[in-house]
Design a protein around this ligand. Sequence first.
Ligand code: SF4
Length: 223
Amino acid sequence: MKTRLFYPIKEIFLTLQGEGAHAGARAVFVRTSGCNVWSGREQDRERDTKKGCCAAWCDTDFNGTNGVNGGKLSALQIRDTVVKLWGEREQAPMVVISGGEPGLVIDDTLVLTLQNIGADVHVETNGSQQLPDVDWVTLSPKPPMGVKLNMLAINELKCIYPAGFDPLTYASPLPLSIPRFIQPLDSKDPVTNAANAEACIEFVHRNPEWRLSTQLHKTLGLQ
Ligand code: SF4
């Protein structure tokens, strides 16, 4: 994996993790710029659903480097922003690297720079890229974009539902000890949101080894 001098970062912010096994935990989010599914432009949504179903509904702004604390940043600059946002705490920072698709951006140097201050480095990925060694990998598959990530590297599976694919396909190669979450597809329409939540609840009743994940940060109005 090649080393970068500068990483395109959309934004870095302190919040609570809203999803999955670490929901509710204090975390610094590092959002990388760019994605290999959707270009991020409205006019490309329909075209890019051929690469990944999520292009139809993605609501993340991952374009450019103009967000809060964003920029073309060195590993040390990213580390320093994490330290500043986390503040003086006995516990080392939890850093969640999200995107866009962080697998397009991160490398060993960045991960080691963060781990060297004791940070727990988490990555949320669509699984299309190999990743450096991190402390926690959340796979959120976006078919038909394939998963190239080694299944042994995955610490949790999080599937958006209903999103035109069967989450069980991705769970079957994983040991049962790996937590698996089903998360309602978020829509601007409250009626659709209620139906999606209901579909997820029914899914968990049919598949009790799965757990419901809600987007706590949206419910609470956090960033
Ligand atoms: Fe959005 Fe993630 Fe899909 Fe990229 S992979 S378009 S960031 S949901």
